[in-house]
Structure formats: C-alpha cells, structure tokens
Write a protein of this length. Structure first.
Length: 161
C-alpha cells in the first residue's frame, strides 16, 4: 500500500550571516520575535548539509502571527563563504528577497534605516491595492515590505448608513 504524500507548510527560510547580532536586531526591529537559539555540530549535521566539522549557531525568528519563520545561521566552522556580491541587484539569480506584510510601512522603513538598512529603490504604490518597498539590511539581505491599502467595500459603507 502506498502512502500519498503532500506538502504541509513552508517551515522557514535559511539566511547564513556573519554578524548574527546585527541580523537578529534587524529582524527584531521589523517585528519578528526570537523563537530560540542553539548550537549544532557533529556527524549528523555534517551528513545533512554535506560539509565536514560543522559548528554553527542557529537563531529562529518568527512572525507575530506564528506562521512564518526565518532561520539565521552563523557558521563557526567551516567559515561561511560569500558566493556573490553583497550588494547584488534584485535581478541576480537565486533567492533575492523575502516579502513581509506590514502596517505603517513608512514607520517600519524609518526604524530599519535607523539600524543602517538602505532603501533599494523607492516606496511605490501599486494601483490602489499596495504600497511596496525593498530594503537592504545587514550583509545584503533584501526584504520586501507590502502594506495593503484598505478601502471600505460597498457592503461596509451600506452597513453603516
């Protein structure tokens, strides 16, 4: 008898960093919450990721709704390597950004800029549905911010009359 398999959820996105404290501060300022931190090493870790003599600190940050997580990894051994440019443009191959839904996009951007982040382009309005921005944080990490523009629907308007 075969068992049918299915995808249950996306658990987390891994970001390898050198400055773990700066990355944690960046995502905490965004509004993510520290879920836990641990150090991993040993043969099972080596076998899983295909490297030898691994020792790494893993930090898990979660979104306030509890559904999304970021895993920040600091490799002590072997040292992390940079395979591209830290300031790679958004159209470089690979995972280029992680998008977050926010309220008060201007205030979120101001807080992140105060930590040393930079706006990649401009804050733009996409039709009448979203305000969007890309922000480059520590070590070149790009996040997208999306603020949904809320408009009263006809039922809400008619319900208040």
């Amino acid at each position: 008898m075969t068992t049918k398999s299915k995808l249950l959820r996306m658990d987390n996105v891994l970001i390898v960093v050198n400055d773990l404290e700066a990355a944690k501060a960046f995502f905490a300022e965004l509004g993510m919450e520290l879920e836990g931190e641990t150090t991993v090493e040993g043969p099972s870790v080596d076998s899983l990721i295909g490297l030898k003599n691994v020792r790494a600190t893993l930090t898990f940050m979660r979104t306030p709704d509890g559904h999304g997580r970021i895993e920040l990894d600091k490799f002590h051994t072997p040292e992390a390597i940079r395979s591209g440019f830290e300031s790679a443009p958004v159209n470089a191959l690979g995972i280029r950004r992680i998008m977050f839904a926010v309220e008060g996009i201007d205030a979120v951007i101001a807080r992140l800029l105060a930590l040393g982040a930079e706006l990649v382009g401009e804050v733009v309005q996409y039709g009448d549905t979203f305000r969007l921005a890309y922000v480059r944080g520590p070590e070149g990490i790009i996040i997208g911010l999306a603020e949904e523009l809320r408009h009263q629907s006809e039922t809400e308007v008619s319900g208040n009359s």
